[in-house]
Design a protein around this ligand. Structure first.
Ligand SMILES: [Zn+2]
Ligand SMILES: [Zn+2]
Ligand SMILES: [Zn+2]
Length: 143
């Protein structure tokens, strides 16, 4: 049976839509699978963008000055490097669920969280909080 997607307006087979799972198997989604993937990607980017704007803007704020602005490369970083520990203690979910959690709790720890790209995040985690690129800047001869 064909069904028209209410987002892209393309008629597709009903199997291209999917249902709401076992609980409501008769309820078919109004959007096709492709459109649902687009919508969920947009929502993910939205909440990410919103979070970054709350914590200093959509830019890597690492002291090395890398200034990465691609949101897919950015994440939140704990200044004191205790993010993982705190998240474990409070049972805070990771990734996008973490951003939703922050929103629900009215954007806490604004003085402890910074926006940083994954390279700087990782670099800082491996060098007790100092981004290796910043280190090379301070000590150019150490390369
Ligand atoms: Zn569609
Ligand atoms: Zn960076
Ligand atoms: Zn850096």
């Amino acid at each position: 049976m064909l069904k028209t997607c209410s987002r892209c307006n393309e008629p597709k087979d009903e199997s291209e839509f999917g249902t709401r799972g076992k609980k409501r198997p008769n309820e078919v989604f109004p959007y096709c699978k492709e459109c649902r993937a687009i919508v969920s990607c947009m929502r993910r980017r939205e909440i990410k963008h919103e979070t970054f704007m709350q914590y200093g803007g959509c830019k890597c704020s690492c002291i090395c000055g890398c200034n990465e602005t691609e949101e897919d490369f950015l994440g939140l970083d704990h200044i004191n490097d205790d993010g993982g520990k705190q998240r474990k203690e409070l049972k805070i979910p990771g990734g996008i669920n973490y951003y939703r959690w922050l929103k629900k709790h009215n954007w806490p720890d604004k003085d402890k969280l910074i926006v940083a790209c994954h390279n700087c995040n990782l670099g800082r985690a491996m060098n007790s909080g100092l981004c290796p690129r910043a280190f090379h800047k301070i000590h150019p001869q150490s390369k």
